[in-house]
Design a protein around this ligand. Structure first.
Ligand code: SAM
Length: 289
């Protein structure tokens, strides 16, 4: 197999095709073989899996996925990588490369078309400039068994954060609504070419088969979450009053009291069940006045 993480092999290959890294496309390529091996292994990729990879680059993770999965579809934006990927992963008959922007794809339709009879998974070393957009699309697609990605370490910590901590955010609640995160391992900047300025981490999001909350309106739930985090140093009452002007400050206070929270509670201390209770109460008041 082509030794794609070996810098002595990779640099001449990139030079041969006149390839220059694009910062705008988030191109930091892996040069430490243990990293893609461990991502594919820890993600639990096996022959029953259909794996969507985002951003194969020159193919280090693609190789490891193809060695284990029933099928791999890799979506890459940068067509300059065509001849290089042909050399590094052209040998794999279970690989299909889709030359497109992942954010322009209908992901559920793609998964249904390409992975029939397989267990769909997503696995990627993500381009960091669109991490949250891609994660949002992958989770909202509601068609993956798990999503295992390398992201900036601080983003991984944010995704896995607990209520009441500094890292806990609206994005945490969004991700944990859809999935249960597990931090897998850190990856130092020296494992990439060019080196990013930050440490990276691999996180596995196991998508919930069933969500253990009763939520009357998903749209209202996420609006409640956004309002609750919008004014971090203010009380929840102020946040809800600003996010739901129709409630007013007094109405926001009544909602909080009806859910059994203290009047000075802060939004960032609530768990998903707490946000569910708030949004259900707002919904009830809307319908019954
Ligand atoms: N998987 C390779 C590795 O680990 O060495 C490359 C990872 S690099 C961090 C991110 C890759 O995503 C690049 O190959 C980049 O061209 C690609 N990319 C960037 N934006 C993209 C988009 N919108 N859709 C698909 N691929 C994208």
């Amino acid at each position: 197999m082509f030794d794609v993480c070996n810098i002595q092999v990779m640099k001449p290959l990139l030079n041969q095709y006149g390839f220059h890294f694009s910062k705008a496309k988030g191109q930091n390529f892996l040069i430490a073989q243990w990293v893609p091996e461990r991502i594919a292994e820890d993600a639990g990729v096996d022959e029953a899996a259909g794996v969507l990879e985002i951003g194969p680059g020159i193919g280090p993770l693609t190789q490891q996925l193809c060695l284990r999965a029933g099928k791999v579809c890799a979506v890459e934006l940068d067509t300059r990588l065509k001849p290089i990927l042909e050399m590094t992963v052209g040998e794999f008959s279970n690989l299909e490369i889709i030359w497109n922007d992942v954010l322009k794809l209908d992901i559920p339709a793609l998964v249904a078309e390409k992975f029939s009879g397989l267990r769909p998974m997503a696995c990627a070393n993500l381009p960091y400039y669109i991490t949250s957009d891609i994660l949002t699309a992958l989770l909202e697609a509601e068609c993956f068994d798990s999503v295992t990605v390398m992201v900036q370490k601080e983003v991984a910590q944010r995704i896995a954060a607990k209520p009441g901590t500094a890292d806990y955010s609206a994005f945490t609640v969004f991700c944990q609504y859809y999935a249960q995160p597990e931090l897998l391992f850190d990856v130092p900047a020296g494992c990439f070419l060019p080196q990013p300025k930050v440490t990276s981490a691999v996180i596995c999001l196991r998508v919930r088969k069933e969500r253990p909350w009763q939520i009357d309106s998903e749209e209202l739930f996420f609006r409640t979450v956004r309002a609750s985090f919008a004014m971090r140093r203010k009380t929840l009452q102020n946040g809800l009053a600003a996010g739901f002007p129709e409630l007013g400050k007094a109405g926001a206070g009544e909602v909080i009291a009806a859910c059994g929270f203290a009047s000075d509670v802060r939004g960032e201390t609530l768990d998903i069940a707490g946000f569910a209770a708030l949004s259900n109460e707002i919904n009830r008041r809307r319908r019954h006045g």
